[in-house]
Design a protein around this ligand. Structure first.
Ligand SMILES: [Zn+2]
Length: 114
């Protein structure tokens, strides 16, 4: 049976803060309206096809989460937005893990003669 890797709750908090606490500009609601008018439906592309869902639409940051330019925003349905932000969180967690080594450096084999 495959062993389940226990998620470290601290990692989750850190990765959540990486992108969730990004401040929204004061005119954020107006930007949301403009993106909705422009895109009208989910812009998620899978297997070369647009999702086009018009239900539960949310505004997604295509690139830099702190860049609220309309060119960096697009409309996604909740399903695809969740899938995407979940991926961003996983990337942030991986980056956080890479920054701090978890293990001490390996000790040389005791049988080795320097
Ligand atoms: Zn969608």
């Amino acid at each position: 049976m495959p062993r389940r890797v226990q998620a470290n709750p601290r990692d989750r908090v850190e990765s959540g803060q990486m992108w969730r606490t990004t401040a929204r500009p004061v005119d954020w609601p107006a930007r949301v309206e403009r993106v909705k008018k422009r895109d009208q439906s989910c812009r998620w592309i899978e297997a070369g096809e647009l999702c086009r869902s018009t239900e539960n639409l949310e505004v997604d940051h295509i690139g830099d989460p702190s860049d609220h330019d309309l060119a960096n925003l697009r409309l996604l349905c909740r399903t695809h937005h969740r899938r995407r932000t979940g991926r961003q969180g996983a990337q942030a967690a991986a980056a956080a893990r890479a920054r701090k080594p978890r293990k001490r450096p390996a000790e040389p084999h005791p049988g080795l003669i320097a």
